[in-house]
Design a protein around this ligand. Structure first.
Ligand code: MN
Length: 241
């Protein structure tokens, strides 16, 4: 199996190194990630200028690795163009969870979604953060377990996997927690006295049972199967009849 590994935190992220290492146990890995952080870029593509890639400034043991001056979706587009027969695109491990409504703006998940647009399986991996730095050596076995859980389930093209801060080892399949938008605006003043605003990702409503947010709250690893079709089929058939 040929696996393309990318992320939105950039080529230097320890989460990328962790995922690449785990992926290398399942297939041949090529790393292609943004040269700078691209979090919350969603599925943006660079269309106003050309993009290019260079060899990664840091080593990934036994793997080809490159940095791209573009977005996560650009990395997937370029990687699948340059390297033929990619069977799977994995993205992450993002430093910060991508639950519920984050699906809309997550660069991590969007990279996996971009792969699905090209007809390739895409799996996103993210971990909740706490007060201290994430210990990716400690997380690594849980990433391996999740990988094992899904790698043969190739009937499902797009998956969003989240790890809690301290996984209890349980893996649970969940739904996307679609609630009122998990963001609020915080108004403040800069040192010059000018008004500014900070958009924060604080959930507005409580989590729904068996959703991804619920799983993380209960320290379980969450796997959410997703589809690309946003059509409201119920409403469509009502309008057509
Ligand atoms: Mn990120």
């Amino acid at each position: 199996m040929k696996i393309l590994v990318t992320n939105d935190d950039g080529i230097y992220s320890p989460g990328l190194a962790c995922l690449a290492k785990v992926a290398s146990k399942f297939g041949d890995v090529i790393v292609m990630a943004p040269d700078v952080e691209q979090s919350s870029m969603g599925q943006a593509i660079t269309s106003g200028r050309p993009i290019s890639y260079k060899t990664s400034p840091i080593q990934f043991e036994g793997m080809e690795a490159y940095r791209v001056n573009g977005t996560p979706a650009d990395c997937v587009a370029l990687g699948t163009y340059l390297f033929e027969n990619i069977d799977l695109v994995v993205s992450g491990v993002n430093i910060g969870s991508n639950l519920g409504n984050s699906a809309w703006h997550s660069g991590t998940l969007s990279a996996a979604r971009q792969a699905v647009l090209f007809g390739i399986r895409g799996i996103a991996f993210s971990v909740s953060v706490g007060e201290t730095e994430t210990d990716f050596d400690a997380l690594s076995p849980y990433v391996g377990d999740a990988f094992k859980e899904v790698v043969d389930k190739d009937e499902q093209e797009l998956l969003n996997i989240n790890f809690p801060r301290n996984p209890n080892g349980e893996i649970t399949w969940t739904s996307l927690s679609v609630r009122h938008y998990d963001g609020k605006m915080v108004a403040n003043k800069d040192p010059m006295g000018r008004q500014h605003y900070w958009f924060t990702v604080v959930p507005i409503e409580a989590e729904d049972e068996d959703s991804d947010r619920w799983a993380i709250k209960h320290e379980k690893t969450s796997i959410t199967p997703l589809i690309l079709d946003l059509t409201d089929k119920e409403y469509l058939s009502k309008m057509k009849s």
